[in-house]
Write a protein that binds this ligand. Sequence first.
Ligand code: ADQ
Length: 448
Amino acid sequence: MGRLVVVSNRVPSSSDRHHPAGGLAVALQDALRRGESLWFGWSGKQVAEEEKHSRTVSQEQVENVTYATIDLTHSEFDGFYQKYSNGILWPLCHYRAGLMDFIRRDREIYLDVNKFYARKLRDLLRPDDIIWVHDYHLFPFAQALRNLGVKNKIGFFLHIPFPPWSLMKSLPSAVSLLKNMQAYDVIGLQTEDDARNMNDGFMQCGFGPRAQAFPIGIDPDSFARQAEAGEHDAEVHRLKASLRGRPLVIGVDRLDYSKGLPERFLGYEAFLKRFPEHKGKVMYLQITPVSRGNVADYKALKRDLDETAGRINGMYGDFDWTPIRYLTQSVPRHLLAGFYRLADAALVTPLRDGMNLVAKEFVAAQKEHNPGSLILSRFAGAAAEMEDALLVNPHDPEEISDALHRALIMPKAERLARGKKLRESVWRVTASSWARDFLEELSKDRPE
Ligand code: ADQ
């Protein structure tokens, strides 16, 4: 059997290679362990323009996985990663065409970096390798490899949503983006809706390939174990002691406009206003580490959240009670797991999300005999599988406030019934079944 070759813009850093803590590394753990494999992508380092032509691939082998990485120049990082991937494709795929900041030059850099990655990877490939490409940074990657004569099987998985074609085509050169995707043998998306959107685009442009849904999951057994262990953690005890018996509501998201954080804060404010019986009797902990902190839209979002949290705390707080505890730092995973287990409700209310793994992690972390409630946006991919959550439209603060109130007064029998169904869904589709299903599809023989 050939090697599995994973290609993603970010490759786990050296310190994460022995014990993957989160993200794609955890999702691919089983698939990578099955045989010899290679993981190729950006090193995370930027170099000066003068070094552009002297860059080489650096390789490190950890057990059966070879990590092969390459540096980007400052201008490549800016045009390919910051501007085109995160400033155009990210907002557009999250249905926010108005946030796109299109400059043709950035698209050229995006295509050039894809070609550059393809040249570097080609030199490492063997004829029977199976290549699995991840995410929006690399839409044209297979075409770039094909142009170099690569005949291997190549699959693509998109971790973020794919909007309806009528919206997607507002991207200049959207047709060529889809055209390049014909070079993939299998195209995977998070949900049936996303797959339908992309297939509709293929159809309207007269292209042949078909996208399929492969919803991603987590490793629920391992997350549940972490959450149980977390109960004995000193920090989790500290959080518990600080609650003094009050219910805990938790939110955990990267700082990103797709996550619906300002809307969520307003939902919590509406909750305090409309259900004043909870004032002083509930604790909302929002953990939101800053990401992409040097991009203007993200700076503005951070200011907005700082201000809204401050305003709500000032207006509704008391000298012995703070309504929102808002942290902009990252928290180690084992603590997060323990915090989830302690929580009575989670607010997972993105305006759009490919899947949203926090929803699944929260469910896996719950006590089976006494689970907390999940309040989940209808516009997270996870909602398609998690209908027993309290589903909300995240644009409506009152709907969020109703759901939160309902979560906190929900009879135990209902919590147990919903919790059971949610657990089933999280254990049905896991990280390892996701990777297995995708790779099985990619390994099938197809006509040339
Ligand atoms: P993300 O947008 O990063 O991923 P998500 O699926 O929620 O979103 O995953 C976030 C991960 O980071 C979770 O494992 C979570 O526990 C962790 N995390 C979040 N906040 C944290 C904090 N404060 N401290 C520590 N860890 C934190 C993209 C898509 C998603 C899709 C995934 C996987 O946008 O829709 O589900 O890929 O395909």
